[in-house]
Design a protein. Structure first.
Length: 326
């Protein structure tokens, strides 16, 4: 049995240490939203994210913790976070693994109506986050560096953002001078949120389109101008009444990337990422492209231990054009 008081005490020490260590880095890099604690202690399976002074505690208990970590434990943990940081603006999310999500497809449901909306900054851009009502806040902090890398090569490009969520990649690319962007997502809620993020960054909607569609169907149907820069950051699994069948990253990534190659211009760059822990990139994915893994560059120091995602930058291999399809 884990003693809740002991766990809370260990957490307090670790938070103080992490804060001291990371605050210096965050100041230097002008990062204002960052992960303060990332399941560092096995007996304290939570994450704590700082959104410009408001803290989000995500409860990551798994089924195996249920008998030893009750809700009293969570209260003790929240108290320890408050004591160690002095922050009272605390929010709480349950990030339990959904064993039956293949059956329900429920990974993106709304959690509550707390309405804790905030505007925060990242790399000079502004983003609307919600700290209380959804499983995720609207800004995935582990992709902060990926967004900067994409922005760094976006100027003048036709950019495509697949599984665009709240449009964070799009905002960075558009603000960095992308000629056009196209953001595709299945969810009207997230596309409305993306539209608001674009508006807050004064991005012209006439050149920056948002499209509600199932990505695989959209890729098959698309006949417009090809894209020079593509971001593909799919969920591990999804199903919805709005799409045919389901999407499974392990099963479907070769077909997905083949679809991307069909809409990519010669010389295009494709950033692909997944947070599936057991993911193995299939050799048949994007034949003819150079495919260095870039996780080392994209995972930021505040996520150092947890390997939150893996990423690859695909580009036309020297001496030949990539073959479309796969
Ligand atoms: C993991 S998030 C993507 C994160 C996003 N790329 C970012 O970094 O902010 C998953 C998103 O994929 C969308 N989605 C899930 N299945 C989809 C599908 N088949 N077609 C289009 N969008 C889908 C969800 O609505 C959600 O916005």
């Amino acid at each position: 049995m884990i003693d809740p008081l002991r766990a809370a005490e260990m957490l307090g020490h670790r938070l103080t240490k992490n804060r001291r260590h990371l605050a210096r880095w965050a100041r230097r890099e002008q990062v204002t939203c960052w992960r303060l604690y990332d399941r560092d202690i096995p007996d304290v399976p939570i994450t704590v994210d700082d959104y410009e002074g408001a803290l989000v505690i995500a409860d990551c208990r798994r089924a195996r913790h249920d008998e030893v970590l009750d809700d009293g434990w969570l209260d003790a943990v929240a108290g320890a976070v408050r004591d160690a940081t002095g922050v009272v603006d605390l929010h709480h999310k349950t990030r339990r693994r959904m064993a039956d999500r293949h059956a329900t497809g429920a990974q993106y449901q709304r959690l509550g109506e707390g309405g804790a909306w905030r505007e925060v900054g990242e790399g000079g851009r502004r983003f609307l986050v919600n700290l209380s009502d959804y499983l995720d806040t609207g800004l995935f902090l582990d992709h902060r560096r990926t967004r900067a890398l994409v922005a760094a090569e976006a100027a003048g490009k036709r950019m495509l953002n697949l599984f665009a969520y709240t449009g964070a990649f799009t905002v960075h690319a558009a603000a960095a001078g992308a000629a056009t962007t196209m953001s595709v997502d299945l969810s009207n809620t997230y596309l409305d949120w993306a539209a608001e993020n674009l508006r807050r960054n004064r991005i012209d909607p006439r050149r920056h389109a948002l499209e509600r569609a199932d990505v695989l169907a959209w890729l098959n149907a698309y006949r417009g101008p090809r894209f020079d820069l593509v971001v593909v950051d799919p969920p591990t699994f999804s199903n919805s009444k709005k799409m045919q069948g389901s999407f499974d990253i392990l099963r479907d990534h070769v077909a997905l990337l083949a679809g991307v190659a069909r809409v990519a211009a010669p010389g295009a760059v494709i950033w692909f990422s997944t947070n599936h822990r057991g993911f193995a990139l299939d050799e048949r994915a994007l034949p003819g492209f150079a495919r260095p893994e870039r996780s080392h560059d994209t995972v930021p120091p505040d996520f150092g231990y947890s390997r939150p995602h893996r990423s690859w930058r695909f580009s036309a291999a020297a001496g030949g054009q990539p073959r479309p399809g796969g």
